[in-house]
Write a protein that binds this ligand. Structure first.
Ligand SMILES: C[S@@+](CC[C@H](N)C(=O)[O-])C[C@H]1O[C@@H](n2cnc3c(N)ncnc32)[C@H](O)[C@@H]1O
Length: 232
């Protein structure tokens, strides 16, 4: 029997027109459209494809519900269960796409399915436009140039480590997963004299996107889809 395959498909940062043709074709051809969704809301990746890629009657959906409680993430047993369910479908010859916001292999949860499945099934990745690229496009500020370095910092990083990272010269930064870490991030940028170079963006590429100097953001908590660019 020919087994099915699984493809992690990057669907971009939010603007439905930022989906690649390759992603669109893969989604249209798939038997099963899988996507992560928070237990308290709708799937952002699923929403992104809504406008341009209506699913047809021959396709089914598989929701991977991810609890948003911090202490449970990454929820290994959830990926075990999803990998088992999807493996059973592939044994039946079904082709599966897993929708991933941005790029699948850039802080994307598809990697947890890939590592469980790639030895037994064909698992491929279709890259997507990452939030980092969307960030620079909406701030109209290049990420880095010439011999500059670019460092990506995850917001949950320990405060001392983050401050140490931000001390590198000739280095530009992007800080992801800002959320409840915004005040700590600000402290690190103040300690390294970089707060005035930091631009804060919420929901880049979406109609309700917000762009502000980070110094003007006074919320104690930023939304999940927020990101910071720090120029040299
Ligand atoms: C788990 S990571 C996934 C990154 C994604 N795979 C990518 O390539 O952009 C989630 C983080 O990406 C950032 N992010 C994703 N989409 C965004 C958007 N449209 N605007 C701002 N930040 C975004 C936020 O920092 C968010 O906390």
């Amino acid at each position: 029997m020919i087994k099915g395959q699984i493809t992690g498909v990057g669907v971009g940062p939010g603007d439905p027109d930022l989906i690649t043709l390759k992603a669109m074709k893969a989604i249209q051809k798939a038997d099963i459209i899988a996507y992560p969704a928070p237990d308290n809301g709708v799937s952002f990746a699923r929403q992104i494809i809504e406008k341009n890629i209506p699913l047809h009657s021959g396709q089914s959906e598989y929701k991977i519900t991810i609890p948003m409680r911090i202490e449970r993430f990454p929820a290994q047993e959830i990926y075990d269960q999803a990998a088992n369910d999807l493996a059973a479908q592939m044994e039946e010859g079904k082709n599966i796409v897993v929708l991933c916001e941005g790029d699948p292999f850039f802080y994307g949860s598809f990697m947890y399915l890939h590592e469980r499945l790639y030895k037994k099934f064909r698992s491929t990745i279709i890259p997507g436009v990452s939030s980092v690229m969307a960030l620079a496009s909406v701030t109209q500020s290049p990420l880095c140039e010439r011999n500059e370095l670019l460092t990506i910092i995850p917001g949950p990083l320990d405060e001392d480590l983050m401050t140490a990272q931000l001390q590198e010269e000739k280095t530009a930064y992007v800080i992801m997963k800002v959320g409840r870490h915004i005040e700590k991030i600000k402290r690190c940028l103040i300690a390294t004299n970089r707060l005035d170079k930091a631009i804060y963006v919420e929901r880049a590429s979406l109609p309700n996107q917000k762009i502000l100097p980070l110094s003007a953001v006074d919320e104690g908590n930023a939304p999940y889809f927020s990101i910071i660019q720090v120029r040299i």
